[in-house]
Write a protein that binds this ligand. Structure first.
Ligand code: TRP
Length: 327
């Protein structure tokens, strides 16, 4: 059976938005296919690369992500759900790998160059971000990593590191491959891609009033000025979201909108989106709140996941130490 490793950072408040929800749904599908052994990691050390000076409570963010993972369908009985910092072997392997990674490999990574310019991040830890990510993956000898396009350069580095390790020491690690599963594009309320840093997001746990407010204020097709003007659904973020949350209605709506039907304006689309979103998210929100109401139980689940992960990681590390002729 192939091993799959996925990871998300507990950044910001740790509350995930609809874009993250689609990613999670694809992970849940992979889990439920029964074809893979799944490790789902909450990468809190990675979150520190950008948030090292934000002293909000990290445990709260981690609990939030964990509750949302599980409420979205990741199942601790089927997947190993754990916190990166509960498995110290990630740090040990990161250190050992750092001995064989040439700095220019890391300086070439687009996310490094980008953030160095935009955020002025120039720490040692940030440069080493892809090395830690490689350690996350290969410490489980994972074959597959479900990622978006933005992560492909990190995966390429992980493969280069594996090749170098296997050549220098012993042939221990498989080369991890990216698994680009289909995740639909989720626009934010301003019609840019939904993202944490744009303030255009709808949270998975957003309350009813705020869903209504955000959707009613959402951009639509800018060329459709009045009811009765023909619209372009493919330019409209409300329509893009309807395709996901009310798929059975979209053919009909597309025809009405394109024809500039006088009875069917943007407000009707928005109201339909509000009711479909509320219906979809309600069970999720309830389950999430239930999980968060019992943090002790949640901690237990994560601890158990951490133990399973550690066992596997330690078995790899034994091979690594031996291959490198360490103690
Ligand atoms: N870099 C990933 C992101 O920002 C997070 C991450 C860290 C990750 N380690 C990982 C993803 C290992 C997949 C596998 O999304």
């Amino acid at each position: 059976m192939k091993t799959l490793l996925s990871g998300m950072q507990p950044t910001g408040t740790g509350m995930l938005h609809l874009g993250n929800y689609e990613v999670l749904k694809s992970w849940v599908q992979l889990q439920n296919s029964g074809e893979y052994e799944c490790f789902n990691c909450i990468v809190d050390w990675h979150a520190l690369t950008a948030d090292f000076d934000k002293k909000e409570n990290m445990p709260e963010k981690i609990f939030n992500v964990a509750a949302e993972y599980i409420a979205a369908g990741l199942d601790p009985e089927k997947s190993v759900i754990f916190i990166q910092s509960d498995v110290k072997q990630h740090a040990e392997l990161h250190l050992l790998l750092s001995m064989i990674v040439p700095v220019p490999w890391l300086e070439r990574v687009p996310s490094y160059k980008d953030k160095l310019e935009k955020l002025g991040l120039d720490s040692y830890g940030f440069l080493g971000y892809p090395v830690l990510q490689a350690a996350d993956i290969i410490v489980y000898k994972a074959n597959l990593v479900p990622v978006g396009k933005d992560q492909l350069p990190h995966l390429e580095i992980a493969r280069e590191i594996v090749r170098r390790f296997n050549f220098l020491y012993d042939d221990i690690f498989p080369e991890p491959q990216a698994l680009e599963s289909y995740v639909p594009y989720i626009p934010g309320t301003d019609n840019r891609k939904m993202g944490k840093s744009y303030n255009n997001y709808i949270l998975m746990c957003e309350d009813e009033d705020s869903i209504v407010r955000k959707i009613m204020g959402c951009f639509t097709d800018e060329t459709k000025l009045r009811r009765g003007d023909p619209g372009h659904p493919d330019l409209c973020p409300v329509y893009a979201l309807l395709k996901i949350y009310a798929p059975s209605e979209t053919d009909r709506i597309k025809t009405l909108c394109e024809a500039g039907d006088r009875e069917w304006g943007c407000v009707k689309c928005k109201k339909l989106l509000v009711s479909s979103l509320l219906e979809t998210l309600k069970p999720f929100r309830e389950r999430r709140n239930e999980l968060l109401a019992d943090k002790e139980e949640l901690r237990k689940i994560l601890k158990k996941g951490g133990e399973k992960a550690s066992e596997r990681a330690e078995s790899t590390m034994r091979e690594v130490r031996q291959a490198m002729r360490l103690w």
